[in-house]
Design a protein around this ligand. Structure first.
Ligand SMILES: *Cc1c(COP(=O)(O)O)cnc(C)c1O
Length: 427
């Protein structure tokens, strides 16, 4: 068979290929569901582009101050339309997701205000933004206090603790949709809507912000459709569709976004400046492709969960759970297995396929970390990648894949490498 021969030429064995096909046979209905969400979101993005009359003038490069940048302004309107918000700030000058979150928080919290996380500890990099870990220019240094309500043991919201944590100073509530690299569950848009409604019943004027990283286009709705005042994310994850080379977005209420723009550039300048430097074609086209790209990444995550679950490993989420983000954790139970898994992901990459991932010490981590990534955009995690700290429970976090076929090849290669090293047996 031609396809098998092609795979064999890439180093995949017949046994692994057939094992994969066997797992895939049980996933037809899951994949059909993923396709239906993608189809809906594709229509949503096209409608947003049509409503805002996107045309060739939007793709022109600007330099310098970037006054009257039609393409930039219209891209922001497209994001606002697609996500159902009054306004949006979508910029290559927002360097990453952490930066976007820092802008949204710094712009809307003043000295004396308190920030609340009702979903336990926030993403690692936010610890320094908030000042949980002492850091120069943190919110804490500027007189913004922080509180967090821990989750219940099963990972659900502790409504009593949240009620007790909301007080006269509580100005902004930050809700992280994806579990990131934590062990708690990721939340559905519906669950986030319920949490926001609860918080607003206690304090109607509190600002609810959602860290939407890794969640965009996984469902047909976004947190902004269920009451979030701001949603925030990175363009080198889901909404950039793999084509955005840099950037972040903040979408939400016009008064809040206006403040974000002043924080990002300067008071008085706000959204009026910020040249696009010729990056807009990738930002538009990436957003257009994002629903399909996310669907490929989701299929990869579901496939990985089912392959490794069948081999007896614990996977989070499990093989049959609904998905709320594109991250798949696989607990491999040993450092050797983590390294073999990552060698497989690397070997399947279109870029840097010849390098061997090795663990190394990373700032902010207390153990060595191994990473596999062969991406067109450096650090892009909508592209196929895997990483994890070398410590108990020896879990790799697997995400992305610009196409389903690449994600599939990466997962099969990971299994191939485990098999060749004698670290698993096909059951
Ligand atoms: C990726 C991510 C961020 C921001 O990360 P950057 O690497 O700065 O883009 C924040 N929160 C979550 C949940 C994330 O997944």
């Amino acid at each position: 068979m031609e396809l098998l021969q092609m795979y064999e030429s890439l180093g995949l064995s017949k046994a692994v290929y057939e094992y994969g096909e066997q797992v895939l046979a049980s996933l037809t209905e899951r994949f059909a569901q993923v396709d239906r969400v993608a189809e809906y979101n594709q229509a949503k993005v096209i409608r947003a582009m049509q409503e805002n009359r996107v045309d060739a003038t939007c793709f022109a490069a600007t330099t310098g101050y970037g006054y009257d940048d039609v393409g930039r302004e219209r891209l922001e309107k497209v994001y606002a339309s697609a996500f159902g918000t009054e306004a949006a700030l979508v910029r290559p000058q927002i360097t990453c997701g952490t930066h976007a979150l820092a802008v949204a928080l710094g712009a809307n919290l003043l000295p004396g205000d308190e920030l609340l996380s009702p979903v336990g500890a926030p993403y690692d990099t936010l610890e320094e933004v908030i000042g949980i870990r002492a850091s120069k220019c943190s919110l804490k240094e500027y007189g913004v206090s922080y509180r967090q309500a821990e989750l219940l043991p099963d990972g659900s919201f502790d409504y009593d603790a949240i009620r007790a944590a909301i007080n006269g100073q509580t100005k902004l509530i930050t809700i992280q949709r994806s579990k990131g690299y934590a062990t708690r569950p990721s939340y559905s848009v519906r669950q986030i809507g319920e949490l926001i409604a609860f918080c607003k019943r206690i304090k109607p004027d509190v600002i609810c912000m959602v860290d939407n990283c890794y969640g965009e286009f996984v469902e047909t709705m976004e947190p902004s459709n269920v009451g979030a005042d701001m949603i925030v994310g990175s363009l080198i994850k889901n909404p950039g569709g793999g084509l955005a080379p840099i950037g972040g977005y903040i979408c939400g209420r016009a008064d809040l976004i206006e403040r974000c723009a002043y924080r990002l550039s300067a008071p008085g300048l706000g959204q009026e400046v910020g040249a696009n430097l010729g990056l807009l074609p990738g930002l538009y086209q990436g957003f257009f492709l994002a629903p399909t790209v996310v669907s490929g990444a989701l299929k990869g995550a579901i496939f990985a969960a089912n392959v490794y679950e069948k081999l007896g490993f614990k996977v989070v989420p499990d093989g049959s759970e609904p998905r709320h983000d594109i991250i798949q954790a696989v607990q491999l139970g040993s450092a050797e297995r983590m390294l073999a898994f990552c060698r497989g992901i690397q070997a399947a990459a279109p870029v840097d396929s010849y390098v061997t991932p090795v663990p190394w010490a990373m700032p902010g981590y207390d153990s060595e970390v191994v990473m596999a990534a062969g991406a067109f955009v450096q650090g892009s995690s909508i592209e196929l990648s895997a990483d994890g700290p070398i410590r108990e429970p020896y879990a790799v976090y697997f995400q992305g894949g610009l196409t389903w076929y690449h994600a599939k090849l990466g997962i099969l290669m990971s299994l191939q490498k485990l098999l060749e090293a004698g670290l698993v047996t096909l059951s």
